[in-house]
Structures are given as C-alpha cells and as structure tokens.
Write a protein of this length. Structure first.
Lengths: 460, 481
C-alpha cells in the first residue's frame, strides 16, 4: 500500500528535481535510488499481514506484491538504460522522468486492484502518461504519429473498457472483484447484460495487450516512439496489462469460462499466427520486435485461457523471461542505433566480428525469445503451454508450439546476420560499445532458464 | 558420478579453451575429448552387464513440476556414449592438418556438442532428454552456418527448421505424456508405466516418430539431409552423420517403443514400408551420383533405413542388429567422410570422374579406404556384416517380401561403393591426382583406429552383444506381441 504512495511521491520529487538546472543532472540517480528503496520495501511486504487497503480498493496479495516487484525491477533497468535518451529535449528531461514514474504508479494499481474503479484509474494513469511519452520527440514526424494513433485508438479502447465495467456493475451491482465473483458463482442464468459487459471488458483489455485483431496500433506506435519509451511499453506496460487481465478473469469469471474461452482461443490463434507471420517479413529490428511482442502476447494469453492450476505462476515466469529478453534486445537497439533512425537487420551484419561480446550476448537474448533451451524463454513457453494442455486446451497449445517455429525462423535470421560478413560499403561503428544492462539481461535469462524453481515457487 | 563427469568434462573443456591461444586450442580440445573417451572406457570396465540402470545420478531440479536432473546408463546408452566419445577425438584430430577460421569457437562448439550428445544418450528424465536434444542442435547450427561451404545460410536454415519442427512435435507429445503419468513425473519409469487407449497412442506415436524420423532421416523426411551433409565442413558432416543421427534411432528404441507400444505395433507396417522405400530410393540415387560426398550422403540414408526397419520388427535380432549397426555405421561413415575430405583436400574436387589412379600414388590411403569401404558394404568379418545380417534376419521374420527388397541394398551398396573405389583409386592418374601425396601422420592417426575397430568388432563382436543384451530384453519386455 505504502508502495503506491511512495512511488507517487517519487514522481513528484523527480518533477521538482527536474526544475532546477543544477539538480537536473542527478535526477536519474535519484529516481533509480528511489525505485530501489521502494523495491526493498515491497519485498518486505511479502509475509502479508494485512492486504486490503482504502476500503478494499486494492489488495496487496502475493500476486500483487510479486508483480509490483517485477515492475519496479524492470523499470529500474529501463531508467538505467535511459541515460542521454532524452537529450533531444534537455530542459524537459525531468518532466519525462516524472511522467515515467507516474506510469509505474498506474502499473502498480493495475496489478493490485480489487475494485474495477481502481483498475480504471490505473489504466488511465498509465495510458495518459504513455500518450505523452510516445510524442516526446516533438519535432519528429514518427513520434507525433505514434502519439496521435496511440491516443485515438487508446481512448476508444478505454471507452469499451468503461462501458464494460458499467454493464458488469449493472448486472452484478458491484465494482468489487470478490462481490462480482460471488455474483457470477451464485447466479444460474447470467443476464445478457453481463455477457455484453464481459465482452466489452475483453475488447478493452485485449487492446491494451495488443492482441489481434486489436493490434494495429502497436507496430506504428512502437516504431515511432523514442527507443527508451518503446522499451518501457514493451516491458513494464505489457506486464501490467497482462497482470490486470489475468487478475480480473481468474477472480471473477472462472465460473463463466465456457462463455468466453472459445472467443479467447480464437484471439490467441489469430494473435500467434498474425504476429509471427507479420514479423517474418520485417526488415527493421524495431518493427520486428513490435511484431514479436504481439506473438508473445499470444503466448501470454494462454495463461488466461488456462486460468487454473499453475497459470498465474506461468504468467509470472513468462513475464520475467519476456521482459528481460525484450529489454536485452532494446538495449542492443539503443546501443547501436540513433533514435529516430531505422536499424535494419542487414546493418547488424558483421557485428560478430566487430564486437563479439555484444553479438554473443544478443544471441543469448534471441535464443530466449525464440524459446531455445536452456534459456528462460524456453522454460517460459514450456510452462505456459503445459498449463494450457493440463487444462484441456490441446489444439490451441499445439498451434502455439507450431507457430513458435515461425518465430525461430526470424530470430535465427538475425543471429545468422550477426555472424555473417558485413555489407559492402556499410560503415557501422559498432566498435567497443558495451551495455551493462545487456549483460545483466543475458545473465538473468540464463540463470532463470537453468533454475526456474526459484521463481515458479513464489506464486504456487 | 561417472555419468555426471561424462557431461561435465566436455563442457568444462569447452569453457577452458577460452583461456588458450593459437595452436594449443586444438591440442587441448583433442586431449579433453580423449580423456572423455578414456572415462567412457573406464565406465565400460566397471559396467555390470546384467543391470539396466547404472551410474545413476539424481538431483532435484524443478521438483514442483516433477523434473529431475537424473542420468544413468544401460548397455545401449553406454554403447552410444562409447561411439560418441570414440568419434569426437577422431573428428578433432581430423582437423589438425586443416585450417579452420576462428578455432576457439569451432572447437568449443564441437566439445559442447559432445556434451549435449552424451546427455541425450544418458538422460532418464524426459524433460532433460528434450533439453539435451535441443542443446545438441545449437552447436551444429553454428558449425553449419559459419564453417559451411557454399549456400550455407539457406541450407542450414532448412535443416534447422526441419529438425526443430520435429522437436516441437516431440515437446508437445512429452508434455501430454507427462500429464498422463500417474505420479506427474518426467522420469523414464513413469513414462514406461503410462497406459493409453489405442487411438491416443496412435497420434502420440506419430508426433514422436516424426521427430525421430527427421533426425535419422527416414524417407520422406530426408530432404534436408543430402544438401546439409554436402555443404557442411567435414567435422560438421561427421558429427551429423556419425553421431547425431543416432539420436533419432536411439530415441526410437528408448523413448518410443516402450512408451507407446500399441501405437508402434499398429503403425509398424507404415514405418517399415517407408523405410524400405527409403532404402531402395536412396541406393538408386547413390548409384548415379558423380559427386563422392553426395554419394556418401545417400548411402547413409539407405543404411539408416535398414536400421529403422529392423527396429520396427520388434524382435531380439532387430534390436541387437540396430544397436550394433548404429556403432558400425557411425564409425564407417566418419571414416568415409574423412576419406572424402582427404580426396577434396588433395584434388580440390568431389567429382569422381576427375580422379583415378590414386592407389599407386598413395598405398596407405588406398588400403585404409578399402577396409572402411568393405565395412560399409558389410563384407563378412567386418563390423557392417553382423549388424546387417541380424537386421535382415529380423525383417525376414517380419515379412519375407520386404526382406527380399531390403536384401537388394546390400548388393546395390556394394555396387555403388565399389564403383566409387574403382573410379577414384584405380585406373590411370588424372590431372588432379598426379601429385597425390600419401597420408600424413595425423591422417593415419584418424584412419588407422577406425580400420582397427572395423576389423576387431567384425571378428569378435561378443563383448558388444553382452553389453546390449539386457537392455534389448528390457525394451522388448514392454512390447507384448
């Protein structure tokens, strides 16, 4: 609970630090130190004495604490990566950092809510901050396009979400998750109003997790936004959206699963197929990562489909594996490309020779994204698919496994490029660059892949 | 402990290469692989032929999901480990007179590959088996991609995606089987206890079989193989053909037959027919090959087709023959690919019509080549004979018509191999072979041990039979015909 207050205070603090010219250069250190302190505080919450706060608006159970910890950890990494990333607008750096911290506050609300009103506030706090961040390169055409697209489509999706919440309230008479769950479990014939609300809620949430057919914003927004904002969206925001999605469905709608599981299965299949096959034809690294994010969303949705058993543990593990791998990939992107310019896969050729350390680390990251053992990506895919099979979703799981073959194709296309001879006349200066975040991400990827027991035990 | 050491040693060896420079890298790699071989020999000494689970090492890994790091050996595993550890030093030694760019990565990958291959053969936990199975693919992907010849990229991609497609089907089947185990465990004993309906066994069978069949490769899943073998560097081809394809046959025997016995019996007809088609088809193509390396690639398809058909006869002789023939084929094919490498190194071509008359120039080479070739065409008293004899015998018990067709391969095999020998070794010397030099010391050091093994295991195969007999009986006890 105090985590939520403190992170908001940190946001305010970073705004004030950003105001003063002499203090501004320390704002990054202040924020990272602040997040680290809050992270520790959050971990200390683990034994759980009292979980419900603000008249039962939030519920910091194990699930919420675990996801909050993950969000804080990944955010800290993103901040460490963000050095000099807002140099295009030196004076407003403090503002951007402040907005990012408020995004984190929104994300924490999304993983800990126990009331639909709180969920809505969380999503809005997160989204509005992101619209601003996406457009932070004010003079850049792509960035403006990203902000506008994200805002218009995002606002539209929020409308659906809100409408859904209202209808659910109309049917059940409550915003509280537990009361809605009691209503769903205790009512034999649920009214159509309820189903319509459920469907609208799904549309809103599927938009936020960029599932097909609500994914059209994602590639453009990812590509247009500044690199650091994109890496923030692909990791922190995605985790929060999935955590919120799962929390709602596992608490409230398990009993009504026969009414939505078929729709969700269809969405998963579409997401996997469209995401993977669209990624196949991409030549730019950033856009490819956007599509790979969509394909990964298909996998993560499997945990919501499975819902029972190890599903939440599987989702948590997958989030860790996906976040570290994505962040690793984005750190390579940030390392090698200038913001606003497209880094094509062909430009990566010759990296193996010029900078073998980065090439090998990037290969580990790509192996994880492709789901090859012994990386975390493999175990994540394995775990989530096996929970889906255990709950009887054989066909969807088989499709998920087979489409990951397509994923392997495009990730290995990048690996092959890394280790082939450089292009004629290309003048990439990969030189001696290195990134500690990349090293850290690769290390976590391997460690979590070899010792998954440490993580999956948390939420079982 | 022994089993753990066999995995850890090559892996540590691969890592230790990173502190070395220059020529010492390949020497160190050779020494490490040799020590591993000695270790495997020690295991053989200590092996108790009547026990089907020895050198057990167990360590809880992901206990909440029933996954254990557990390895052991039965006779069949040990035979495969002996094959792997015997061939790896020879493969490394075969590179001593050649220059490979970036030796550090090259030898580290070969040793990592050895580790993964040994792991596949000794894993007794299905999850661990899968991990090693995939892990073996990564080094060979890079070896093919980075040290392969022309068109390495597209060919490697085809090979890699093909085998991974199979692996993913296998993964699905393994997860499904795991959920059917009574105690939710990946342990091999639990997998052997699963009872499924005949229909379920049927689709599980095909998922697993396709994964193994792609690796072997069995017709019609073989299309990746000739190009991949041909394009690869010699060590890459040796690893693929000598050891890696045995993963597939080993998988059939240890992870398919006892797990879904009814599925195997119901579908044996299809498998045997496919294997037979493969034998005839590959032999026919091998006869018209002008390129020596391609000829070897196709002849390999024919040989492994016979082994697959033998396995699916579900008889003592079939499994014995398959085990012995896996060893023989591995040794012979590595010898033959090294012969091809020597020919190419001296003449800069694989075209047989450009060669000839080498026997007069290089008597050592010609003699050793002949021994290996005779082993490959299964002449009595060489290692190929016993295996093929038992396999044909078992196929005869299954169906005499098919046995007659398969018997043809022995003749066809003799035809194309002897024709190849004649074209390359006999006759007049050509422009390409007039300066042909005989074997160097290192080349002899590779070919002579291979020739010795061919003759010794051909003359006195009893120890090998003693080694595998309990495993064969154990596997067959799960199939009640």
């Amino acid at each position: 609970m105090n985590v939520l207050i403190l992170i908001s205070c940190l946001g305010l603090l970073s705004l004030f630090v950003g105001l003063s010219d002499s203090l501004r250069k320390y704002s990054l250190q202040v924020i990272v130190a602040g997040i680290a302190a809050i992270f520790v505080l959050n971990v200390l919450n683990w034994p759980l004495e009292n979980t419900r706060f603000y008249s039962d608006m939030v519920n910091f159970d194990h699930y919420a604490v675990a996801f909050t910890g993950l969000i804080l950890f990944v955010s800290a990494l993103v901040f460490m990566l963000s050095k000099d990333q807002f140099s295009f607008d030196e004076k407003s750096t403090g503002d951007y950092y402040g907005i990012m911290v408020f995004t984190i506050a929104g994300a924490i609300m999304m993983v800990s809510y126990s009331n639909l009103a709180m969920l809505f506030i969380g999503i809005e706090a997160l989204s509005v901050s992101l619209y601003t961040l996406a457009g932070s390169r004010k003079t850049d055409h792509g960035s403006n396009e990203a902000a506008l697209k994200y805002f218009i489509l995002g606002a539209f999706a929020t409308g659906f979400l809100l409408f859904g919440i209202t209808m659910i309230y109309g049917a059940s008479g409550s915003f509280n998750l537990l009361e809605i769950a009691a209503y769903v479990n205790g009512t034999a014939d649920l009214p159509y109003l309820f189903y319509a609300g459920l469907l609208m809620l799904m549309v809103g949430l599927l938009f936020k997790v960029s599932a097909v057919p609500f994914h059209f914003w994602a590639p453009d927004v990812y590509e247009g936004s500044p690199n650091i904002v994109t890496s923030f969206m692909a990791t922190v925001v995605k985790i929060a959206a999935f955590a919120a999605f799962y929390r709602m469905f596992s608490t409230c709608f398990g009993a009504a699963s026969e009414h939505w599981s078929l729709i969700l299965s269809g969405v998963i299949v579409l997401t996997l197929v469209v995401g993977n096959f669209s990624a196949l034809t991409q030549t730019g690294l950033k856009r490819l990562l956007a599509y790979s994010g969509i394909a990964n969303a298909g996998f993560m949705l499997l945990s919501i489909l499975a819902l029972k058993g190890d599903a939440q543990s599987a989702l948590f593990y997958y989030s860790i594996a996906y976040a570290t791998a994505s962040l690793g990939a984005f750190s390579v992107l940030i390392l090698l490309s200038e913001d606003g310019k497209i880094l094509s896969i062909d430009q990566l050729r010759g990296l193996g020779k010029k900078n073998p350390v980065v090439a090998v680390l990037f290969t580990i990251i790509l192996l994880s994204l492709a789901g090859i053992p012994p990386t975390a990506g493999f175990f994540a895919k394995y775990f989530i698919v096996s929970t889906a099979i255990a709950n009887g979703y054989l066909v969807v799981s088989l499709i998920a496994i087979l489409t990951s073959l397509v994923g392997i194709y495009y990730y290995f296309k990048i690996i092959a490029a890394l280790f082939s001879a450089p292009q004629e006349g290309s003048e990439n200066t990969f030189g001696e660059k290195k990134s500690y975040i990349l090293i850290l991400c690769a290390a976590i990827t391997i460690a979590a892949g070899i010792l998954p027991e440490l993580i999956i035990g948390l939420l079982r | 402990m022994m089993t753990l050491l066999l995995i850890v040693l090559p892996l540590l060896g691969a890592l230790s290469l990173f502190v070395m420079k220059g020529d010492s890298i390949k020497k160190a790699a050779f020494v490490i692989s040799l020590v591993t071989f000695v270790l495997a020999l020690v295991a053989w000494m200590q092996f108790d032929a009547t026990n089907v689970s020895q050198f057990v090492f167990k360590q809880a890994w992901i206990p909440s999901l029933g996954i254990e790091f557990s390895v052991d050996m039965d006779g069949l595993s040990l035979l495969m480990v002996l094959l792997t550890t015997f061939l790896t030093p020879l493969i490394i030694l075969s590179t001593f007179d050649r220059e490979y760019k970036n030796p550090l990565a090259f030898y580290a990958l070969i040793l990592t590959m050895e580790m993964a291959l040994i792991g596949v053969f000794i894993a007794r936990d299905a999850f661990l088996f899968y991990i090693f199975w995939e892990l073996a693919l990564i080094p060979i992907y890079f070896i093919s991609l980075l040290w392969g010849g022309e068109n390495a990229r597209p060919i490697t991609f085809k090979f890699f995606l093909y085998t991974l497609a199979g692996s993913l089907l296998m993964l699905f089947a393994i997860i499904f089987l795991y959920l059917q185990t009574p105690d939710h465990s990946f342990a091999i004993e639990s997998f052997y206890k699963i009872t499924l309906s005949a229909e379920t066994q049927c689709w599980v069978f095909w998922m697993l079989f396709i994964a193994f069949a792609i690796k072997i490769p069995v017709f019609p899943f073989h299309t990746w193989q000739p190009a991949t073998y041909h394009m690869n560097s010699t060590p890459g081809t040796m690893l693929l053909s000598g050891i890696m394809l045995k993963m597939g046959i080993f998988g059939l025997i240890r992870w398919l037959l006892p797990v879904v016995p009814q599925g195997c019996i119901d579908n044996a007809d299809y498998v045997v027919i496919l294997a037979t088609i493969g034998i005839v088809y590959a032999s026919a193509i091998a006869i018209i090959q002008k390129d020596f390396k391609k000829l070897l690639a196709y002849s390999s398809i024919a040989h492994v087709g016979l082994i697959t058909a033998g396995v699916f006869s579900f008889t003592d002789n079939g499994l014995r023959g398959a085990s012995i023939q896996m060893l023989a084929h591995g040794v012979n094919v590595v010898g033959l690919f090294f012969v091809a490498d020597i020919l190419f190194n001296r003449t800069k071509t694989f075209e047989m019509k450009d060669m000839g008359g080498i026997r007069t120039k290089a008597p050592w080479f010609a003699t050793l080549f002949l021994i290996i070739l005779l082993g490959s065409v299964a002449l009595p008293l060489t290692n190929g004979f016993i295996g093929e004899f038992l396999l044909l015998n078992s196929i005869y018990e299954y169906s005499n018509v098919i046995a007659a067709v398969c018997g043809l391969t022995i003749i066809l095999g003799a035809v194309y191999m002897l024709m190849a020998y004649q074209k390359t070794m006999l006759g007049e010397t050509s422009a390409a072979t007039k300066d042909f030099t005989d074997l160097t010391f290192n080349e002899k050091a590779v070919l002579i041990p291979i020739a010795i093994v061919i003759i010794v295991t051909g003359l006195y195969p009893m120890p090998l039979f003693n080694l595998i007999e309990p495993s064969v009986q154990n596997i067959l006890s799960f199939i009640n015909i």
